[in-house]
Design a protein around this ligand. Structure first.
Ligand code: SF4
Length: 259
C-alpha cells in the first residue's frame, strides 16, 4: 500500500465549492434506473463540442470550440476554480455516507486517473465487500491490470465525428478491441443525426462488437432535443437488434448539474 505521502490523489470536479460526489440514479445505458453514488473526475483527453460536463476540461486559454460558445454569458472555465484535489480516503468517507453500494466513476474521463480510482475501489471494498463499480469512459484509454481487476462494468461511449474530435484522438483501435472482447464492457453510442449511423455501423463491424453489447442514445442535454430524436432512434434499434437508452436524468432534472 502506498504511504499517505505517496498515495495518488483524485482530481475531482468541483461544484458549488465541493468535490462532485452525489447520490442519484444511473440515467443511461445498461444500468439505467439503478440508484448509484456518482464520483465525477475532472480532466478529459477529448473535447466534444456538445459535452455537458465541459467544466471538467474547457479551460480558459484553450482553443477548443464548444456548442455554447455563442450563447450569451457562456465562458470557458478557470481550471483552478473547478478542480478539487482530494485524498482517496476522504472521497471514500463521503461515498460511504450514502446508503448505496453501486458507485459510478464518471467525468470528464476517469480512466486518466486509474491509480487513484483503483485505490478508491480497494478502500471502499475494505469497508464493505459488496461495493460494485462502473466507469463511464470514452474508450480511448487502455485499463491497467489493477483497474481492470477492480472494476465491475465499463460503460464505453465511443465518440463519433459529431463530437468534433479528430479521428486519431477519438478512435484507438487496440482499446476498442479490448473492450469489444471484455465481458465487463458495453458500448453506448451517442447519435445526433441519422447521418451518424453509418459511422456507428462501421465501428461495430470493424471491431466486431456483439449486438448484446450495443446501446444507442440520442444526443441532447434538453428534453426537447431528446424527444425529437427518440422516435427515429428507437426504430433503428428495433431494425438492428440494438438496445435503446434514453437520458433519464435529463428527463427528470433537465440540464441541472450534480443530481
Ligand atoms: S469524452 Fe465525455 S467528458 Fe470528455 S469531452 Fe467528450 S463528452 Fe465530455
Amino acid at each position: 500500500m502506498p504511504t499517505k505521502a505517496t498515495a495518488p490523489k483524485l482530481k475531482l470536479a468541483r461544484l458549488h465549492g465541493r468535490p462532485e460526489i452525489f447520490y442519484s440514479i444511473q440515467g443511461e445505458g445498461k444500468s439505467l434506473g439503478w440508484p448509484s453514488v456518482f464520483v465525477r473526475s475532472s480532466l478529459c483527453n477529448l473535447h466534444c463540442i456538445w459535452c455537458d460536463t465541459d467544466y471538467t476540461w474547457n479551460w480558459i486559454g484553450t482553443r477548443f470550440p464548444h456548442a455554447n460558445d455563442n450563447k450569451p454569458g457562456y465562458q470557458k472555465f478557470d481550471k483552478k476554480a473547478w478542480i478539487e484535489v482530494c485524498e482517496v480516503e476522504a472521497v471514500a468517507r463521503e461515498v460511504m455516507q450514502h446508503p448505496c453500494l453501486n458507485v459510478i466513476l464518471t467525468g470528464g474521463e476517469p480512466m486518466l486517473q486509474q491509480p487513484a480510482f483503483t485505490e478508491l475501489m480497494v478502500e471502499l471494498r475494505r469497508h464493505n465487500a459488496g461495493y460494485r463499480f462502473e466507469v463511464e469512459t470514452n474508450g480511448t484509454l487502455m485499463p491497467n491490470e489493477n483497474f481492470d481487476a477492480a472494476i465491475d462494468q465499463y460503460n464505453v461511449s465511443p465518440k463519433l465525428e459529431n463530437s468534433n474530435n479528430p479521428k486519431k484522438l477519438r478512435e484507438k483501435a487496440s482499446v476498442y478491441r479490448f473492450f469489444a472482447a471484455s465481458p465487463k464492457a458495453h458500448f453506448k453510442f451517442v447519435v445526433a443525426t441519422p447521418n451518424d449511423l453509418e459511422e456507428v455501423f462501421e465501428l461495430i463491424r470493424l471491431y466486431n462488437i456483439g449486438n448484446d453489447k450495443i446501446w444507442l442514445m440520442p444526443e441532447g442535454s434538453g428534453r426537447q432535443a431528446l424527444a425529437r430524436k427518440r422516435k427515429w432512434l428507437v426504430e433503428v434499434c428495433k431494425e438492428q437488434g440494438f438496445r435503446y437508452t434514453d437520458r433519464l436524468h435529463v428527463q427528470i432534472w433537465g440540464s441541472k448539474k450534480g443530481v
